[in-house]
Design a protein around this ligand. Structure first.
Ligand code: SF4
Ligand code: SF4
Length: 172
């Protein structure tokens, strides 16, 4: 069996922070010349980013204070909205809000520039059905950007793809 590898850098939204990893796409060239690509499963949020470009992302002002937070939101990316609240720049506007820290293209491929330092508002925003529950705010954000709502099946498929990929790698 001959293996071919192609590499591309992707950003993964993981609970312990944004990491850049080199994705290895393995092409299994079997004797009958059939090529079977095995793509690494991608978290739906990495292909979305709609919530970061739909709502005002505000949080308690102290989350951006170095002395008060273990992972402070960078102040240069925030603006004051009330005495107690700060918001991510770019999100406190009526038309076409978009967070200053959002990188990439909504609905295609996105990442958060300050993933490890994002606010509690970002951390607490949940994708629909990721934890088994319907999240209308996720649906609304996606709809604003012409994206279909996530379904329960999308997460099952992601899980199945991950397991399949794991099995495939074990066989190598
Ligand atoms: S800080 Fe990051 S996760 Fe939060 S709204 Fe901005 S881009 Fe999205
Ligand atoms: S709108 Fe929903 S699917 Fe899209 S990035 Fe936000 S939480 Fe994830």
């Amino acid at each position: 069996m001959t293996l071919q590898e192609s590499h591309s850098v992707r950003h993964y939204r993981l609970e312990d922070g944004l990491v850049s990893i080199v994705e290895v796409e393995v092409l299994d060239q079997v004797s009958n010349n059939k090529t079977m690509p095995e793509q690494k499963p991608i978290h739906p949020c990495q292909k979305c980013g709609a919530c970061c470009a739909s709502y005002r992302v505000s949080f308690y002002w102290r989350e951006a204070e170095v002395k008060d937070s273990a992972h402070p939101v960078p102040q240069e990316m925030c603006e004051d909205v009330t005495q107690n609240l700060r918001a991510m720049k770019g999100t406190n506007q009526k038309h076409n809000p978009s967070c200053i820290a959002l990188q990439g293209r909504v609905g295609e491929s996105v990442s958060c520039q300050i993933y490890q330092n994002r606010s509690s508002t970002c951390r607490n925003f949940q994708a629909s059905y990721e934890e088994g529950k319907h999240r209308p705010r996720c649906d609304e954000a996606r709809a604003k950007h012409g994206l279909k709502p996530l379904r329960r099946e999308d997460w099952l498929m992601l899980k199945e793809d991950s397991l399949r990929r794991l099995d495939f790698e074990k066989q190598l």
